[in-house]
Design a protein around this ligand. Structure first.
Ligand code: ADP
Ligand code: MG
Length: 277
């Protein structure tokens, strides 16, 4: 189990999602690094339509770590992809550091993303023909930036893969590949790091190392991190947990603890089971 070293006390009450005027204030906080405003996302058409997100408003304050939880298929990855500008919402808007991503041209959006956003994909998306070092440096190269090899080694060391820099991704374990993906998201010092289940393939020791790294990025470098996880003990490292249910924000838990989160997931699961009974 990944155990967060120092636990925060109290604040285990689950809040209902904000609505109406309160929702606008919630989504418009001045210190927000990311503002998701009334975002909906549908896939497919007519009877094949899936409403993956429905009118979700949330903001992620600068220098905070937020975890997103919920049952499979509830829209966690879709929320991350929309918030990061990787997917275009069907309705609503997304701002990062004051820039409205939904108004940028495709080209400007991809430049903005490369400079300001780090993303750890659920499927990792490493390039199989590039070495570990080249994969980590890829966002810099794509952006035409100078690659500082010392910095590549430093970031690789932080995630515990400094000894694997010359290897190809296919020769690594799942956990090592996941760490390469995390290092690649950190290399550009982005404003925001989005990570979709970044500890899913890691053993408890490495899971703790990666979470500790993301936590330090928030606490010491004042970065903003949003991660998706199924594991209450991972989510407990966050300052705040968002619970999604069928594409809607179902609750916000401040100062989360593993037992409370496990209860939240059980309740969501029970609701799902009752819905299908
Ligand atoms: P989660 O990450 O919480 O498991 P997702 O955000 O991946 O959920 O998916 C939310 C819903 O949207 C699911 O019903 C899923 O099947 C659907 N979905 C996600 N991506 C696509 C896509 N590209 N095309 C069609 N449906 C999709
Ligand atoms: Mg997902």
């Amino acid at each position: 189990m990944a155990t967060r070293p120092e636990k925060r006390q109290g604040g285990t009450r689950i809040h209902p999602p904000p609505s109406g005027a309160c929702q606008a204030a919630f989504a418009g906080s001045a210190a927000a690094a990311v503002q998701v405003v009334s975002v909906s996302k549908s896939y497919g058409h007519r009877r094949h339509r899936v409403d993956a997100l429905q009118d979700v408003s949330v903001s992620f304050a600068r220098g905070t770590l937020t975890a997103v939880m919920g049952l499979s298929g509830c829209g966690k990855s879709t929320l991350l992809q929309c918030a990061a500008g990787l997917d275009k919402p069907t309705a609503g808007s997304v701002r990062i550091g004051g820039t409205d991503l939904t108004r940028l041209s495709r080209r400007k959006l991809s430049v903005f993303r490369r400079e300001r956003v780090g993303f750890v994909f659920q499927a990792l998306n490493l390039v199989p023909t590039l070495s570990v070092a080249e994969n980590i440096a890829l966002p810099l190269r794509l952006d035409g930036r100078h690659v500082d090899h010392r910095r590549v080694r430093e970031v690789a060391g932080q995630v515990g893969i400094a000894g694997q820099l010359r290897r190809l991704p296919d020769t690594l374990s799942g956990g090592q590949r996941q760490r390469v993906a995390v290092a690649r998201a950190l290399i550009t010092d982005p404003w925001v790091i989005f990570a979709d289940e970044p500890t899913a393939a890691l053993d408890p020791y490495m899971s703790e190392a990666v979470l500790g790294l993301l936590r330090r990025a928030v606490d010491e470098l004042h970065q903003t991190v949003v991660l998706v996880t199924h594991a209450p003990d991972v989510a407990a490292w966050a300052d705040r947990v968002l619970l999604l249910d069928h594409g809607r924000l179902a609750g916000v838990r401040e100062s989360p603890d593993p037992a409370g989160l496990a209860g939240d997931l059980r309740r969501l699961g029970a609701g799902e089971a009752a819905g299908h009974a």
